[in-house]
Write a protein that binds this ligand. Structure first.
Ligand SMILES: Nc1ncnc2c1ncn2[C@@H]1O[C@H](COP(=O)(O)OP(=O)(O)OP(=O)(O)O)[C@@H](O)[C@H]1O
Ligand SMILES: [Mg+2]
Length: 592
């Protein structure tokens, strides 16, 4: 029940419209009452009396009543439609805003398709439950009470006889609906699965093709679609069966009414007009009866969707500003890790007791084999995750006590995987700093050695990336991402394998601008190339989540350790190799 109360809160801002729609509903409900009376009047009074004038009035009465009823119904449906769409709007907007705030850890263990299903299908179910469910419940109950009382008043014996049919009708519905729902739940789950499969597999189509798994994937998908087909057919069949049986029961009601009511008319206890009116009134009862009895089931049905949506909304973002968090207008760029232990899964630390101190303006290379924890270190520096033990400090402030937004503005990250959006090249670069001018964007592209390439494109900077635009190579993407970082102009710059996809020619082209970029900043460079590493002031050597050495190239070479071993074994023994070859070797070392 808590869930529904909370859901109803979404209607609160629009309570006047809700109130208005309730009023309109009563009008619609009540306007149903006179219609059968017109029938009765025509049959019992106007026709026996051969009163054409009265028939005309009845005719106009019916037209007027229908007209009013139509107008009010239109207004009502418009209102309910508006309320439903508005709640969808609010829920979607709120969920999306919340999803933006949630920490990376929330996304680590979740399929994007499942999250998408919540924002689409689930919210639609909620809309339905809220408007059709709650709002119609009021009219339905009103209709039932008013019409049944009215029937009892008209002829209680006949009323009792026919209303006996109602429970039968409702029971049949309930039995069949519960079976239909089982199928629907399964259908929904399949649907959610289908969406996540589609997002994942279409997104990774290159992998599928690289391993020539097209047929395999098609067959896998075939199973999902086949299950959807089977369940869909089951649902259709059950629905048809439900339609047929309820029709049968209603006919039973009509038959009983004609049989008993006809006898009453013969005994002159009832007029033919009353019988006809009775017949019409009974018709008003079936649908509302089913909906009222089914209401709680409908809510249960929506409950699963409501819970999923609220689960997202209730997930607290783990990385949030502490109440006393300070705002950092400027940052010098001093970085310290103090006994940091961290694991994406706390039970399995990826970093063990890491401590190091970096002065403002230093260039730090982080080296180590794959999985050593290099990216994890920079993830913590940018506070994408919170440490389990110890502290990460920027300018002496624990990052947990700094306003996130003020801190991230000073940190520029060129990450290992470049993500570009399906917008123009200009907008992609400008993502680094939204308010940058066109000239600044071009300057950044020039520094990243992209300008001449972009100018050669027919649409230049307005060329779109993605679906209806160009595809970029790995190296071009990396340069886009470097251009973004240049534009962002951060105090602390993190380059995570930022030049791995560049050929040595391009790299040396942008080396100058990279060195320029690194000036007056604190830089963390995760790299495998010897040239980049040797440019660094100090080198942080990592292995299996620990720091195994930290110092300048010459210091590290002066003492025995992993770094010297790697260096001497891999480079000195093959004395007269070119820098480029050495770099390739170092890549091999890194990969090992
Ligand atoms: N999002 C994540 N969730 C759970 N575990 C993760 C996540 N990212 C990394 N890990 C684990 O943490 C460890 C360190 O990973 P990290 O990405 O820091 O390595 P790396 O040194 O950057 O390697 P590479 O050179 O391949 O990029 C690895 O064992 C990895 O499996
Ligand atoms: Mg990495």
């Amino acid at each position: 029940m808590e869930n529904y109360k909370r859901l109803l809160r979404y209607l609160r801002p629009y309570r006047y419209r809700v109130a208005l729609s309730v009023v309109l509903m009563f009008v619609v409900t009540l306007s149903a009452i006179p219609m059968p009376l017109f029938q009765k009047q025509a049959l019992d009074v106007a026709i026996p009396k051969r009163d054409v004038g009265m028939l005309w009035s009845i005719f106009f009465g019916v037209i007027a009543l229908t007209g009013v009823r139509g107008l009010v119904s239109y207004a009502l449906n418009y209102l309910i439609g508006w309320l439903g769409q508005r709640v969808v709007f609010d829920l979607r907007f709120q969920s999306y805003r919340h999803l933006q705030r949630l920490s990376l850890a929330y996304y680590d263990g979740r399929q994007p398709g499942k999250i998408m299903a919540r924002l689409t299908g689930d919210i639609d179910v909620i809309q339905y439950a809220l408007t059709q469910g709650f709002v119609y419940l009021i009219t339905d109950v009103a209709t039932l009470v008013i019409v049944i009382l009215w029937l009892l008043y008209l002829n209680w014996k006949l009323a009792l006889l026919v209303t006996v049919i109602l429970p039968l009708y409702v029971l049949n519905y309930k039995l069949l609906l519960s079976r239909i729902r089982v199928v629907s739940v399964e259908l929904r789950e399949r649907w959610e699965k289908m969406i996540s499969t589609l997002t994942e597999k279409i997104g990774a189509i290159a992998v599928v093709k690289a391993f020539a798994h097209e047929n395999y994937e098609t067959e896998q998908f075939m199973e999902t679609v086949a299950a959807n087909f089977r369940l869909g057919m089951q649902q259709t069949q059950l629905n048809r069966f439900l339609g047929a049986t309820s029709q049968l029961i209603r006919m039973l009601g009509t038959g009983g009414l004609l049989w008993y009511g006809g006898a009453l008319v013969l005994q002159r206890q009832m007029t033919p007009g009353e019988l006809l009116a009775f017949y019409s009134y009974i018709g008003y009862l079936y649908d509302p009866a089913v909906r009222v009895v089914d209401f709680n089931v409908q809510l249960q049905w929506a409950n699963a969707a409501i819970e999923r949506v609220f689960e997202t909304l209730d997930t607290r973002p783990e990385i949030i500003d502490a109440p006393e968090a300070v705002y950092l207008p400027t940052v010098r760029g001093e970085v310290e890790f103090r006994h940091v232990t961290f694991g994406y899964d706390p039970a399995q630390p990826a970093l063990h007791d890491i401590s190091f101190h970096v002065n403002p303006g230093e260039i730090i290379a982080i080296v180590g084999p794959s999985g050593a924890g290099k990216t994890t270190v920079v993830n913590l520096l940018a506070r994408f995750y919170d440490v389990q033990q110890g502290a990460v400090l920027i300018d002496g402030h624990d990052v947990k006590n700094v306003r996130l937004e003020s801190m991230r503005r000073h940190i520029g990250l060129v990450s290992q995987e470049t993500i570009l959006f399906s917008v123009t090249l200009r907008e992609n670069i400008r993502y680094g700093r939204k308010e940058a001018t066109d000239e600044e964007v071009i300057a950044a592209a020039q520094a990243a050695d992209l300008h001449s390439f972009i100018l050669e494109l027919p649409d230049g900077y307005d060329t779109k990336i993605g679906e209806d635009g160009i595809k970029l190579s790995g190296g071009q993407k990396q340069r886009m991402s470097i251009a973004r970082a240049i534009l962002a102009d951060p105090r602390i710059l993190i380059l995570d394998d930022a030049t791995s996809a560049l050929d040595s020619h391009t790299e040396s082209n942008i080396q100058a601008s990279l060195s320029e970029l690194m000036k007056n900043r604190t830089n963390f460079v995760i790299a495998h190339r010897l040239s980049t590493i040797m440019n660094a002031d100090r080198i942080l050597v990592m292995n299996e989540g620990r720091i195994v050495d930290f110092g300048a190239h010459s210091d590290l070479m002066a003492r025995p350790g992993i770094y010297r071993d790697l260096y001497t074994e891999q480079f000195k023994t093959v004395g007269d190799l070119t820098e480029e070859d050495k770099a390739r070797l170092l890549v091999a070392v890194g990969a090992g």
